[in-house]
Design a protein around this ligand. Structure first.
Ligand code: XIL
Length: 310
């Protein structure tokens, strides 16, 4: 079959589990043949790279970047600032200490991989569903300006990386996606270096497909930034039935086609490519089977639907 990566000019990626990458040859092999972009599922998050202040562990992050370089994949860096998976030591800092810790973190991580990361998710999940700023330690202690600062620091550390804001439940017009649209518009007007908007696209067949998905991507592209599908998966109640897998195929096809139809949509990345390694069963009770490939790395109906060479 023609691999997914050869069906489009867009980057075709998957989140990568660093330990599977190290230990499972079959996992590596399908990742290499079908995809041309990788995102570290956890290995670049702040709590992983700097669990104690000033004590770094780059092993997972390096292994993902090295794999990508050896196999011709580009890397999506994920993520510099997120309210989750942040190290505990952050919480005891004063506002001014936190501000310098944030700047240090961005500068250190982005510098380490300068020129090796195609795009960074600079900030992740910074709005609540009602469109107000999420009450994170960053927001509470640093105030509204922390997001613009983060983009400026990241740009200084690697002027060649595309810098993104990333979030979930933003695939249709709602209070949160409107808030991101407003923020990106204002950052661009003020000359803040932001180049893209990431749509996580964690979907469930228990909810209808996001209405106006393609036109919603387009309204962000119209701000003069790229858009990317950064974490797509489509979960369902287990055990998966044929009819659920067919609905899942419809959803994946619609995501893929929307990105193909929007010229500034530059990336289709799934949050893991195999049900063998997926965050869904550990996160959503009784749900799973969310990926394009099954546990044995066989393509599922959703894969066959987006790949016309099958
Ligand atoms: C998830 C990982 O997949 C899990 O292994 C981890 O335990 C928690 O984080 N949105 C994001 C990702 O931006 O970083 C999250 O990844 C999934 C939701």
């Amino acid at each position: 079959r023609t691999p997914l990566k050869d069906l489009t000019d867009n980057h075709v990626g998957s989140a990568v589990n660093a330990s599977a990458l190290a230990n499972e040859a079959d996992y590596r092999s399908v990742l290499t043949s079908e995809f041309n972009s990788v995102t570290a599922e956890n290995a670049m998050k702040w709590s992983v790279v700097e669990p104690n202040r000033g004590q770094y562990d780059w092993s997972g992050a390096d292994s993902v970047v090295n794999y990508a370089q050896r196999n011709g994949h580009s890397v999506r860096g994920h993520t510099l600032l997120w309210h989750k998976q942040r190290p505990g030591w952050l919480d005891n800092l004063s506002a001014s200490e936190l501000r310098s810790a944030v700047k240090d973190h961005i500068t250190t991580v982005v510098n380490r991989y300068e020129g090796e990361i195609r795009a960074w998710d600079v900030v992740n999940e910074v709005f609540d569903s009602d469109g107000t700023r999420r009450d994170s330690i960053f927001q509470r202690k640093l105030g509204d300006g922390w997001i613009a600062d983060a983009f400026r620091w990241a740009h200084q550390a690697d002027p060649s990386a595309e810098l993104y804001i990333n979030d979930y439940n933003t695939g249709w017009v709602n209070d949160k996606s409107n808030a991101i649209h407003d923020l990106v518009s204002s950052l661009r007007q003020r000359g803040v270096p932001i180049h893209g908007v990431g749509f996580q696209t964690h979907l469930s067949i228990d909810y209808s497909f996001p209405g106006g998905f393609q036109s919603n991507l387009q309204r962000f592209a119209d701000l003069g930034v790229d858009v990317a599908i950064t974490e797509a998966d489509v979960r369902m109640t287990l055990p998966a039935t044929d009819s659920e897998l067919t609905t899942q195929a419809d959803y994946y096809e619609r995501i893929w086609n929307a990105c193909e139809a929007v010229s500034r949509c530059v990336e289709f990345t799934t949050w893991g490519y195999t049900d063998r390694h997926s965050w869904v069963p550990n996160t959503f009770d009784g749900q799973g089977a969310a990926c394009l490939f099954d546990d044995s790395l066989n393509p599922k109906p959703a894969y066959n639907r987006i790949n016309p060479s099958i």
